[in-house]
Write a protein of this length. Structure first.
Length: 328
């Protein structure tokens, strides 16, 4: 059985983008009320007194957009300072990154994954639901800043949507030839916008790999990470290519993670809504941390049975929380 030692922490459910596949315009989202958000102190004591003692050592900050969380730099500093922290990373849309990259690095963040679905400003704006001045340039600047500051590995996440950005796969892959970046293609999942998913569907990673193989060649490779990506490389390239294939392949047997939402719900599996536990309510009621550790250990013991198994019957899309609320 895989060690489960990786916690994805959603810092906030709000976002400054409205990506079509995640928070489509017009979707009614119930944002978490401020008083329902875990405070910094609550989050840090859950990490220090519940998750770390039970064996968690790898943490990823996500959202919504984690850079919108007030005090995010201090949260990074505090988690990085726990002696047991072996890896601390963030997933961000990069829009606010240029002005924050240095401070995040100085606070102890070392790894960053940035979403970039297109190299074409118009397509990018269409995907992120932006109708005003293009936001592409500012995100690109954020990526450059992160690279200059020294984030390593620096990964770019691309959700591939047929007919929207799949024509850019070769151009995005080519970014890795002379840059030490790691571009990952993610199969579109029907969480968040099942209508777009129904209209467009998804493209299997192997098909993308074949396109890339035909143009550039492709060999197996490696890059540091804790996630489900299969890693390849264009021969001679400085960076790598990752493929996250939740629709076409099953990586649940190597699942090593749980998720904590911004309002304190612990979710043992992204694609199975069952068995979530509310940590905030007992924490606020003054529960003994030993009791919360016991509940977490019990959840870990049954996680293999909770891990997603309905792949053969398809991922339904009938989820009550969107990716922005879960953290991806
Ligand atoms: N089905 C499934 N998809 C996941 C899981 N974790 C991550 N993903 C997918 O992978 C995407 C990218 O994840 P990231 O936030 O960049 O993190 P990661 O790939 O785990 O990170 P690394 O540690 O850098 O490998 C997510 O948005 C999801 O689409 C998971 O546990 N299950
Ligand atoms: C929910 S976002 C949160 C972090 C940050 N706002 C960002 O976009 O990087 C985390 C990841 O989930 C991915 N994601 C969101 N909705 C998805 C979907 N329906 N299918 C596959 N990946 C999705 C995004 O592309 C992003 O890489
Ligand atoms: S994918 Fe990230 S940037 Fe896009 S809407 Fe969702 S949370 Fe925001
Ligand atoms: S779908 Fe669930 S079991 Fe599978 S890798 Fe993701 S979180 Fe783990």
């Amino acid at each position: 059985m895989n060690a489960v030692d990786y916690l994805r922490i959603s810092l906030i459910d709000r976002c400054n983008f409205r990506c079509q596949y995640c928070m489509p315009e017009g979707a009614e989202l119930d944002y978490i009320l401020r008083q329902q958000l875990l405070t910094d102190a609550e989050l840090l004591s859950l990490i220090e007194e519940v998750f770390i003692p039970v064996g968690f050592t790898r943490f990823r900050l996500t959202g919504g957009e984690p850079l919108l969380r007030p005090g995010v730099i201090e949260i990074v500093r505090a988690i990085a300072a726990f002696p047991q922290t072996q890896d601390l990373a963030m997933t961000t849309n990069g829009f606010l990154l240029a002005g924050m990259a240095q401070a995040l690095y100085d606070a102890g963040l070392r790894r960053i994954n940035i979403s970039l679905d297109s190299l074409e400003p118009d397509t990018f704006d269409q995907i992120i639901g932006n109708r005003s001045r293009s936001r592409w340039q500012q995100v690109w600047q954020g990526i450059q800043s992160a690279y200059q500051v020294g984030f390593d590995p620096l990964k770019l996440n691309v959700v591939v949507i047929p007919g929207v950005n799949d024509h850019e796969v070769l151009d995005l892959a080519a970014l890795t030839i002379d840059r030490q970046w790691h571009v990952r293609f993610i199969e579109f999942m029907p969480i968040g916008n099942s209508q777009l998913f129904g209209d467009r569907g998804w493209i299997a990673s192997e098909e993308l790999r074949q396109r890339i193989r035909d143009s550039f060649g492709l060999t197996e490779s490696q890059v540091r990470g804790n996630g489900p990506a299969d890693v390849f490389q264009i021969p001679g390239a400085k960076g790598t290519l990752g493929f996250i294939s939740q629709m076409s392949e099953c990586f649940c047997d190597r699942c090593n993670r749980m998720r904590l939402s911004a309002d304190g719900w612990l979710r043992p599996c992204l694609l199975n809504e069952g068995h979530q536990i509310d940590l905030k309510t007992p924490l606020r009621a003054g529960a003994d941390m030993a009791q919360l550790r016991k509940e977490l250990r019990q959840l870990l013991a049954i996680k293999p049975e909770i891990n997603f198994k309905q792949r053969e019957s398809g991922i339904t899309g009938a989820y009550s929380r969107t990716m922005s609320q879960i953290g991806g």
